[in-house]
Design a protein around this ligand. Structure first.
Ligand SMILES: NC(=O)c1ccc[n+]([C@@H]2O[C@H](COP(=O)([O-])OP(=O)(O)OC[C@H]3O[C@@H](n4cnc5c(N)ncnc54)[C@H](OP(=O)(O)O)[C@@H]3O)[C@@H](O)[C@H]2O)c1
Length: 279
């Protein structure tokens, strides 16, 4: 597994397992366990996914079967809108730790910026407090646009290590990518497969034939070539294995560019400029 390095010197595996919409209970526990046994070292959950408890169980069973320690893993969870603001963040962090049955997270993210700048800044200051008190290894953001980041960087002290955003061949967000590169903030791709929608794309399938890999592997490798962290979700054992089996081939610059050019600025999820947690 390849790692990326954050501006603070810490590292993160470039591929992790995402568990959004994975049912709490056996399904989630088994997916996490299978991922760890298959070589995954990073798991991405969130309080709002309501499956932190089974993620924690999967981690325990996976660690035991794989013969690894907690320090070999990189666990991410996220802070939801209900817990924004002064006096709330540390409590929410403790609840996530309790659910996961862990002592610390490797990465805690503000899940969305929301539409209230003051609240977003206050929330980040609370995140800084957690980080400065060494309760969490790294803090980052999710779904932040350039405008949100500019305000955050101007008004607060600790720079996020990562910005987790929707990113797939139909939404490449090149301006945001360049902005993050210039600030040494890692870009992380959520819905890298656009919920399997890009797997039928003609160009992706052509490149899959050219490389002898599956369409999902081509898309995940394209994330790697572009320097992103990526967290494909699957509950299917064979797909979980397939999605990290991307280190025995590479894409040429021309193949990477062909995929970059598929961009349609098409979002599968909510728009970060307006989303405030309500449908
Ligand atoms: N920060 C945020 O706001 C945010 C928002 C959305 C998602 N995320 C994170 O990003 C993760 C991934 O995004 P996502 O869950 O939306 O979607 P995704 O990873 O783009 O796609 C998942 C879908 O693709 C299928 N799939 C996975 N591997 C496959 C393969 N090799 N071949 C064919 N189909 C395959 C899965 O099916 P099966 O499971 O049935 O195998 C599932 O239906 C989430 O789980 C979550 O951790 C974050």
């Amino acid at each position: 597994m390849r790692n990326v390095e954050f501006h603070n010197g810490n590292t993160m595996p470039q591929i992790g397992l995402g568990v959004f919409r994975v049912e709490d209970g056996e399904e989630c526990k088994n997916a996490v366990k299978h991922a760890i046994v298959s070589g995954y070292r990073s798991i991405d959950t969130a309080m709002i996914y309501k499956n932190e408890k089974s993620v924690g169980e999967g981690i325990k069973e996976g660690m035991k079967e794989a013969g690894i320690d907690r320090s070999d893993l990189f666990i991410t969870s996220k802070l939801w809108f209900d817990d924004f603001g002064r006096g709330n963040v540390e409590k929410a962090y403790d609840t996530s730790l309790e659910n996961l049955d862990l002592d610390y997270l490797d990465l805690y993210l503000v899940h969305w910026p929301g539409t209230d700048e003051e609240l977003m800044i206050q929330t980040w200051q609370e995140m800084e407090h957690l980080y400065n008190n060494e309760r969490v290894e790294n803090i980052g953001v999710s779904n932040f646009t350039i405008q949100h980041l500019e305000r955050l960087l101007q008004r607060t002290d600790v720079k996020p290590v990562i910005n987790q955003v929707e990113y797939h061949p139909y939404l490449v967000q090149n301006d945001l990518k360049l902005f993050l590169e210039s600030r040494k903030i890692i870009m992380e791709s959520w819905s890298p497969l656009m919920n399997a929608k890009v797997l039928n794309d003609e160009t992706i399938n052509e490149i899959a034939s050219e490389t002898g890999k599956s369409p999902a592997q081509v898309v995940i490798r394209w994330n790697i070539e572009n320097g992103l962290v990526t967290i494909p979700k699957s509950v299917t054992p064979e797909r979980i294995e397939e999605n990290i089996d991307v280190f025995d081939f590479s894409l040429s610059d021309a193949q990477v560019n062909r995929i970059n050019l598929l961009n349609r600025n098409e979002r599968n999820g909510s728009d970060p400029a307006t989303f405030n947690g309500k449908k």
